[in-house]
Design a protein around this ligand. Structure first.
Ligand code: PEP
Length: 244
């Protein structure tokens, strides 16, 4: 039986134009195409638009247009017919100093333009060590979802990405992920009155651990970074999660 999990590939700032065209040749699969979202570097998005699977963008700016050199607006991305946007990735928070308040503006703006928003949250190694995970996730959720009308919540997917698990080949235990997802769902229900928000897991998902991670009962899919830039590896992950 088909599951409704979503698999999102965050290619980050990787691959040359030549490598992208090789990737496109290799990255071919049959249904269900609508459960797979690939987020290449923005400059390569046009190459992916004719593919049968979904395309997303790794980041957007919240303003519609204007003198913001180097930025890409939600309205521009929407005009290409793109449906998914990743917001609040930890690399944006850490390297580009994006605050919860900046992310909140992006969430609101992207929802207004009809996007499905993949909102990343997660604790750092230090915060985990200080037993602050619950507090950090709650703060990120409350700030990033502030003033978001509840009728939009079905278009929001929370990506739980412990920062220490990203690109590290280390993942939390299945029970830790399951409990954290339950906690996130509880916060969204308690503070926003929305039942059963979709929550994905991201952080060192690869073809070796996907069988195991896929056993998590309450996970709505996976956000895959490094493994998504290797077409064969990403296809294996898709095979396990969406084709069974
Ligand atoms: C990410 O950066 O969103 C991510 C999950 O990366 P990786 O899979 O490489 O840990």
């Amino acid at each position: 039986m088909k599951s409704e999990k979503l698999i999102v590939g965050n290619m980050k700032m990787n691959l040359s134009a030549t490598e992208i065209s090789e990737y496109l040749k290799k990255f071919q699969f049959d249904d269900p195409q609508d459960q797979v979202v690939i987020c290449p570097s923005a400059v390569y998005i046009p190459y992916f638009l004719k593919q049968p699977y979904k395309v997303g963008i790794q980041n957007v700016f919240f303003r519609d247009k204007g003198a913001y050199t180097g930025e890409i607006s939600v309205s521009q991305v929407a005009s290409l017919g793109i449906e998914y946007v990743i917001v609040g990735h930890s690399e944006r928070r850490i390297y580009f100093k994006e605050s919860d308040q900046d992310i909140n503006k992006k969430v609101i703006s992207a929802l207004k333009y009809g996007f499905t928003v993949i909102l990343c949250i997660g604790e750092t190694a230090e915060e985990k060590g200080l037993l602050k995970t619950a507090r950090v996730l709650k703060r990120q959720l409350l700030n990033c979802l502030r003033n978001v009308d509840t009728h939009y919540f079905s278009k929001i997917i929370i990506a739980y990405e412990p920062v220490w698990a990203i690109g590290s080949d280390v993942t939390p235990t299945l029970m830790e992920i399951e409990e954290t997802i339950q906690y996130i769902k509880g916060i969204v229900l308690q503070y926003f009155g929305h039942e059963d928000i979709r929550v994905m897991y991201g952080g060192s998902v690869n073809s070796k651990n996907i069988e195991e991670l896929n056993q998590i009962s309450n996970v709505s899919g996976f956000l895959v970074g490094g493994a998504s830039i290797r077409a064969e590896e990403f296809l294996k992950i898709i095979e396990v999660t969406v084709k069974k």
